[in-house]
Design a protein around this ligand. Sequence first.
Ligand SMILES: Nc1nc2c(ncn2[C@@H]2O[C@H](COP(=O)(O)OP(=O)(O)OP(=O)(O)O)[C@@H](O)[C@H]2O)c(=O)[nH]1
Ligand SMILES: [Mg+2]
Ligand SMILES: [Zn+2]
Length: 354
Amino acid sequence: MSYQSYSLHQLGWRTTLAHDLTLDDFESAYPARITAVHRDGVAVLSSRGHGHAVVPHGLHADVGAFAVGDWVMVEQSADRVFRRIQRQSLLARVAAGETHAHQPIAANVDTLFIVTSCNGDFNPSRLERYVSLAMQAGVTPVMVLTKADMADDVAAFVDSARAIMPGIEVRAINALDPGSLHVLLPWMVEGCTVAFVGSSGVGKSTLTNLLTGDVTQHTAGIREDDARGRHTTTAREMFPTSHGAWVIDTPGMRELRLGAADEGVAAVFVDIEALAEQCRFGDCGHDGDAGCAIERALAEGVLDARRLANYRKLQRELAGSRRSEREKREHGRQFNAMAKRAMQDKRERLGRSR
Ligand SMILES: Nc1nc2c(ncn2[C@@H]2O[C@H](COP(=O)(O)OP(=O)(O)OP(=O)(O)O)[C@@H](O)[C@H]2O)c(=O)[nH]1
Ligand SMILES: [Mg+2]
Ligand SMILES: [Zn+2]
């Protein structure tokens, strides 16, 4: 890895980021970009070069407080994060388990390379989730189909990928061949940030190495029997590329649970949402109701049953996540009310004893 320093422009600074800053911020601190998040602080890059900045306890309280790609202000006098600058975009998922905590994947990303392979990993329902994630965050999704060198019918994979969302960009690639890198170059613009996501073993780190022109990231073969990877990459990290763009490599995901991604899901399933508007009744349940445009499209073969089932599944998940958010808020309200009552009781008791 090189230890050179970068100008703000090279690091991807946008003038809009400064809207969140005051003159005071600039007097005592300087902007830096997070390249990795560690337990005891963050790795940063700035006009001063590479550095490590500790995160004061109060700032770290929130699990998702910092993400790779975040801009932060670092104190001039100490290598300490002063505060985070408002994000332009955030890719986040809901952590596994019952807590529904949001887990950041990467911040300030321009393009999300959604990586899958032309093999058993290819799964349209999972890809619809990834594209929803990008659309929700306002990040451009690009579908990257690796292992094109190993498939008999690459065109069939490309066609299925194109059907995920109208107008989505799809590129098939052999990530082992530096000569095929040109298909990703349109998004490798100076100061822009791209991130790779996808299952383990699809070639995210192989592509990262190709773009950085380095072998910084370890890669490993997949299991022959089921095409599954071995979770080789374990941390998210951002690297410079020879094209001046930034690339974020991430660990392979087992599942992608969406949080409040209503708009993202609606953007991916515009076809189904448009059909629903053509149903005869406004409150159509799309389940045996008369004049249902969705059922008609299914019967005519215009709409794929798998796609509709996934849309319904995602709608149920979104409703679940709205419910859990409401419950969290309600819980907070009950707690506040209880604390207020306790304070009142105490005041009354004190008043009586005087
Ligand atoms: N033939 C072929 N092999 C590939 C291609 N892309 C990746 N591979 C191989 O697939 C295996 C997995 O690649 P990685 O880059 O480690 O995959 P990853 O997505 O980073 O996986 P995790 O870090 O586990 O999430 C390696 O053996 C790569 O050499 C490709 O386009 N063609
Ligand atoms: Mg990897
Ligand atoms: Zn209907």
